[in-house]
Design a binder for this molecule. Structure first.
Ligand code: CP3
Length: 344
């Protein structure tokens, strides 16, 4: 099936387009009433993630309801620690919890990794196959994984954190163990994304949500090389979007990993980012998700000023995931403004 709307893939490969494509991180799940109905039917988030049928439905909801230019597979970055041997649960109003965490070397060695772990995620691949079939070429399908450092954070901390101080301390206290664990996560993520591509993902994003917890030196040692390995393995297959939230200091190095697209959070100006990365790479972002809470006419102005500041080689998105209580009028104003934009 030929793609009817391939704006995203064209920008990611460096081609020129009449207007930027638009999608939103966390568009599947957080904001739509249709999603909440589906989740109630599933009984729990984990059930929903494990049901290919329902996950495919959640993937398509924002395409139908909001008219975004891409679908992102409904799943979670936490399926990787689970497949490696650390199951998670989602506690209402608190977030993810891992009953077991990594404390010492024998815990790392007890994990599964690579193909042995990736083959346990058949439900994700089946959801991708179903979603791809049902999209029927309307828009491209995005696959994803968490970056090794972000996954490491959850495996060490066992939950979210404001500081990730346990995970950061591990980098100083036990650097060899940290590298061994990051290596095993990386190997698993590569096998996982390769299978996602085989199942229908046409572009993939690496979410390094907690990159900003690290200083430049630690980022260079413990985050960047592992992202680079994933990019190098995947880029021959599909374009890769690397989103390292908060790692403004590493943009020029991220640009050298071979990623076709870099995601930006809202603390970076498009001009700063462009100066760091050169002309060839595409940039994705970066409207503050809170800008969508303003009255719609203000959202239109904020979106236009973002589009102007980026110019071409841009994928319109937010600077992080859309928040659960965002007014849908603001979301629609954002998407419609991008869709009405034309480059001169
Ligand atoms: O982009 C999409 O809409 C696709 C689906 C998706 C989910 N999680 C669904 C989800 C994606 C891409 C993710 C990625 C993810 N998960 C990240 C990286 C992106 C980011 O926002 O920084 C992280 C850090 C997680 C870990 C995670 N999963 C947390 C912290 C939580 C709880 C808080 C929340 O609502 O995000 C989850 C649960 C989760 N993952 C939900 C959804 C729709 C909410 C579950 C529910 O209550 O129904």
């Amino acid at each position: 099936m030929e793609l009817q709307n391939d704006l995203l893939l064209r920008v990611a490969r460096g081609a020129s387009v009449p207007r930027p494509p638009v999608w939103m991180m966390r568009q599947a799940g957080r904001i739509l009433p249709e999603y909440r109905a589906l989740r109630a039917e599933a009984g729990s988030f984990v059930n929903l993630v494990r049901s290919p049928e329902m996950a495919a439905e959640a993937t398509l909801q924002p395409v139908a309801a909001l008219g975004v230019d891409a679908a992102i597979i409904f799943s979670d970055i936490l399926v990787i620690p689970e497949a490696m041997g650390l199951p998670y649960e989602l506690i209402e109003k608190q977030g993810p919890r891992f009953p077991k965490t990594i404390e010492r070397s024998k815990d790392v060695e007890a994990l599964l990794s690579g193909d042995a772990a990736a083959e346990r995620l058949e439900y994700v691949y089946e959801a991708l196959r179903l979603a791809r079939r049902r999209l029927n070429g309307r828009v491209p399908l995005i696959g994803f994984c968490g970056a090794p450092w972000t996954i490491f954070c959850y495996m060490i901390e066992g939950q979210g954190s404001k500081t990730f101080s346990k995970a950061r301390a591990a980098l100083y206290r036990a650097p060899a163990l940290a590298h061994r664990l990051l290596d095993r996560i990386t190997e698993t993520s590569i096998a996982y994304l390769e299978r996602q591509v085989e199942a229908g993902a046409q572009i993939v994003q690496i979410f390094d949500s907690w990159a900003g917890a690290l200083g430049p030196e630690q980022y260079r040692a413990f985050a960047l090389p592992y992202i680079e390995r994933i990019v190098q393995a995947l880029d021959p297959l599909v374009p890769v979007i690397a989103f390292s939230k908060g790692a403004w200091f590493a943009l020029s190095e991220l640009a050298k990993t071979g990623a076709g697209v870099l995601g930006l959070d809202w603390t970076i100006t498009p001009a700063f980012a462009r100066a760091q990365v050169g002309d060839r790479i595409a940039l994705q972002g970066n409207l503050d998700p809170c800008a969508l809470y303003a009255p719609p006419e203000q959202v239109v102005r904020a979106t236009e000023s973002m589009l102007r500041a980026f110019g071409p080689r841009h994928i319109a998105n937010l600077g992080h995931g859309v928040y659960p209580d965002t007014p849908l009028d603001g979301v629609r104003a954002f998407i419609q403004t991008v869709k009405g934009w034309r480059y001169q």
